[in-house]
Design a protein around this ligand. Structure first.
Ligand SMILES: Nc1ncnc2c1ncn2[C@@H]1O[C@H](COP(=O)(O)OP(=O)(O)O)[C@@H](O)[C@H]1O
Ligand SMILES: [Mg+2]
Length: 261
């Protein structure tokens, strides 16, 4: 399927019996963003696509092509100027700001190139702080943070400050922070941009593990080595999304039973 074909309707129906969640995590229907300018910049041309539960999608394109614009919309950091965005079954289009913030906090984990760890807090504190505005009771936060650090192979660095950690360790801590709230979607923007290639490979191995455990991943990158890890690649050029589908990719094999019409 290409991003410009009609989107799935999976997220439109009621959740399946038993309270299971929609199988489509991200659904764009004619979503576009034009910065008003002047002059106006059509940073993302209207596009339609679906990212299903458990998918690992890379979004590639040269600098200035619209990757961050795309990420900001998917991550509810920016509103599209046209189209409809359904996230995990919820139409976000007309939601007030406070509800967007709440959805973002509960459904999306972010990992950025620059780690963005708080310098005077330990790895454990950095991860636990991600739950500050969540419903997780305070006493549970530390335990959950420890578990997340174990998941990323950083249990032994729990009490370290970021400036005593290597770049790879910092990015692992940032990933622990992103997943501690058990998001539906992990969004990564050039997450290996500050890492040497061996360290980058081990961070990408970690993403592979998360994917294997069922996490839905959207990874923005200009690096073909990073994109090669994903089962599905979407390209952006001059704000236009396109996709080439290779038959028999791991995505096809992993895809959940088809629920679409
Ligand atoms: N706030 C903004 N106002 C106007 N134009 C913008 C703004 N942000 C980005 N752009 C423009 O939108 C296009 C896409 O930018 P961006 O999404 O940041 O690309 P990428 O992340 O691929 O480098 C570029 O032409 C950029 O100059
Ligand atoms: Mg960018």
């Amino acid at each position: 399927m290409t991003p410009n074909t009609a989107p799935s309707r999976a997220a439109d129906g009621p959740a399946e019996a038993g309270g299971s969640r929609p199988a489509t995590v991200v659904e764009f229907d004619g979503v576009g963003l034009t910065y008003p300018g002047p002059p106006p910049v059509a940073a993302l041309r209207p596009c339609s696509l679906a990212v299903r539960e458990g998918e690992y999608v890379a979004v590639v394109g040269p600098s200035g092509s619209g990757k961050s614009t795309f990420l900001n919309i998917v991550g509810l950091l920016d509103r599209p100027t046209e189209g409809t965005y359904v996230l995990d079954g919820a139409d976000t289009t007309a939601l007030p700001e406070a509800e967007l913030t709440a959805l973002r906090g509960s459904l999306i984990g972010f990992v950025f190139q620059a780690f963005h760890l708080i310098p005077h807090r330990t790895a454990l504190e950095n991860v636990a702080l991600a739950m500050l505005y969540s419903a997780v009771p305070a006493r549970e936060r530390v335990q959950r943070a420890r578990t997340a650090l174990e998941q990323v192979g950083l249990a032994h660095r729990a009490d370290s400050l970021p400036n005593r950690m290597s770049g790879g360790e910092r990015q692992r801590a940032a990933i622990a922070r992103a997943i501690v709230g058990r998001p539906r979607l992990l969004l990564c923007d050039e997450l290996t941009g500050n890492l040497d290639s061996a360290t980058a490979a081990s961070v990408l191995d970690l993403l592979d593990d998360l994917h294997a455990s069922g996490m839905t991943l959207v990874v923005i990158t200009h690096d073909p080595v990073v994109a090669a890890r994903a089962a599905r690649t979407i390209t952006i050029r001059d704000g236009v999304l396109s996709e080439t589908v290779t038959a028999g990719t791991p995505t096809e094999a992993r895809r959940l039973p088809e629920v679409l019409g």
